[in-house]
Design a protein around this ligand. Structure first.
Ligand code: TYD
Ligand code: MG
Length: 454
């Protein structure tokens, strides 16, 4: 008979080695290696791994199941989820302590409790603490069942008994099973607990939310494999101002481009449905030099963002770029284009770029507004406060049009902008209600028109 294979696995991080080691090369923990028997081929799946019961089938014999999607009752959350919650799916929600994960969950739980039983499992808070939060939110329901438990076995027994339609585990870091060692929060505990809960909901068309803490760097604490196991990964984060942003980094049932915006109020999370101008600073009169406004897309919505630029003579032999909201490579490219085509020197300057409200901007349409902000900072001449510019810059100094112009112009119009600078005529520009659009095909023309307009 073939000898059963063994490996040594770190009880802290899950790292595996063929031989026992005193110190784990994965996480640096001492004396953490435990012997583990590997199952022989053909044996049942080991605990903690999904049990598949399927047979190999031909592609043509497979019919598509129409999965039911239900609204969360919170449009901002639906938008991020791709239209609502899909039955039989698992969602992982990560975020810093205090960001509002438990509040969002309780609000979603309350909406769902209108037509199905919701089991809110908390390994962190007592029923009294959750009740206090619920009172603050004005939430009460016989269908909302609180269960303060962290043992996988107890949770599974309760799930089998109650068969809820929505299950919330707050948080996965507390979940544990004696089969996976004595210490909660280890990689094996997390993997095992999440697998078991996901397996349970998959076969019952329920929906599972797994709440997770994040590390100092902002990643979900725990093994990456949990992000692979779930269908959707959501992050709840600060936008830099008072707003809280819900985004998805993975969604098997929708796009990952949409964001949901919330304000934390005295009675819970309030949705921000018209965020167009929320990232603009409130200013009276003229803008200081170095500032431009760009209408950029976040998912399907346009946000008007303020790009702030500062240039100072370089402190070292080489000029440097300081920016954590706009990619450095893009800033140096835009500065190089201007140096070449406008004859203004940037290579002896340190360039600082910031985006008011803390939004990270990656979209191409912000290149022309970025160039104008840098130029304005360098020359000390302001950009008119009622002007927006849109365009992508090519290395030759030409400006190219950006997609979805109509929506961008409409948002700018609603925010009171009167003048627009575009790279060419277009049917969309004809609908602009402000003064006739300024047309500039290259950066030289753009600078001339913008700065003579001020
Ligand atoms: P919480 O949902 O507990 O955050 P998390 O689960 O992510 O740790 O909420 C965190 C903060 O929100 C807390 O500091 C209190 C505040 N809060 C409000 O301002 N208003 C409210 O209605 C509620 C419920 C909480
Ligand atoms: Mg919480």
């Amino acid at each position: 008979m073939a000898k059963a294979k063994t490996v040594f696995s770190c009880s802290s991080c899950g790292h595996e080695e063929p031989k026992w080691l005193g110190r784990c090369p994965g996480c640096g923990e001492w004396n953490s290696f435990k012997e583990k028997k590997l199952p022989s081929p053909g044996a049942a799946s080991p605990a903690g791994f999904p049990r598949t019961t399927d047979e190999p089938r031909s592609l043509s014999s497979i019919s598509i199941e129409n999965r039911v999607r239900r609204s969360t009752g919170i449009p901002e959350a639906d938008q991020v989820l791709g239209g609502g919650l899909v039955e039989g799916s698992a969602v992982l929600l990560g975020g810093e302590p205090g960001i509002g994960k438990s509040t969002l969950m309780l609000q979603i739980a309350f909406q769902a409790a209108a037509d199905r039983e919701v089991l809110y499992i908390s390994g962190e808070e007592s029923p009294g603490q959750i009740k206090l939060r619920a009172e603050r939110l004005g939430i009460n329901s016989d269908n909302l069942i609180l269960f303060c438990e962290s043992s996988v076995e107890e949770i599974l027994t309760t799930l089998d008994k109650r068969k809820p339609g929505l299950v919330i585990m707050d948080s996965i870091q507390t979940i544990h099973s004696p089969t996976q060692g004595l210490v909660p929060g280890t990689v094996n505990q997390l993997k095992y607990g999440c697998f078991e809960l996901i397996n349970w909901i998959r076969s019952r068309d329920a929906v599972l939310f797994l709440i997770a803490h994040v590390t100092k760097e902002g990643a979900i604490a725990g093994p990456k494999v949990i992000e692979h196991m779930v269908d959707t990964v959501l992050y709840f984060d600060h936008s830099g101002n008072e707003l809280r942003v819900l985004r998805s980094t993975k969604n098997r049932f929708g796009s990952v481009d949409e964001i949901g915006l919330f304000n934390m109020g005295p009675t819970g999370l309030e949705q921000v449905s018209h965020p167009e101008g929320m990232f603009l600073e409130n200013r009276e009169g003229e803008l200081p030099a170095g500032i431009s406004v760009a209408p950029v897309f976040e998912g399907s919505r346009v946000l008007l963002v303020e790009i702030q630029s500062l240039t100072v003579p370089a402190k070292g032999a080489v000029s440097r770029i300081f920016s954590d909201r706009v990619e450095n490579g893009r800033i140096s490219r835009v500065a190089a284009i201007m140096e070449k085509h406008l004859g203004v020197k940037f290579s002896d300057q340190d360039i600082y770029i910031n985006v008011a409200g803390g939004m990270k901007i990656t979209e191409i349409g912000m290149e022309l507004p970025l160039a104008l902000a840098i130029y304005s900072a360098r020359t000390g001449v302001q950009i008119p406060s009622d002007l927006i510019a849109l365009g992508e810059m090519s290395l030759t100094g030409e400006i190219r049009p950006v997609p979805q112009l109509r929506k961008r112009l409409k948002a700018a119009e609603e925010m009171g902008f009167k003048r627009v600078l575009l790279p060419g005529e277009s049917p969309e520009a004809k609908e602009w209600k402000g003064s006739p659009p300024l047309i500039a095909r290259d950066i030289k023309e753009a600078v001339r028109k913008v700065f003579s307009a001020s």
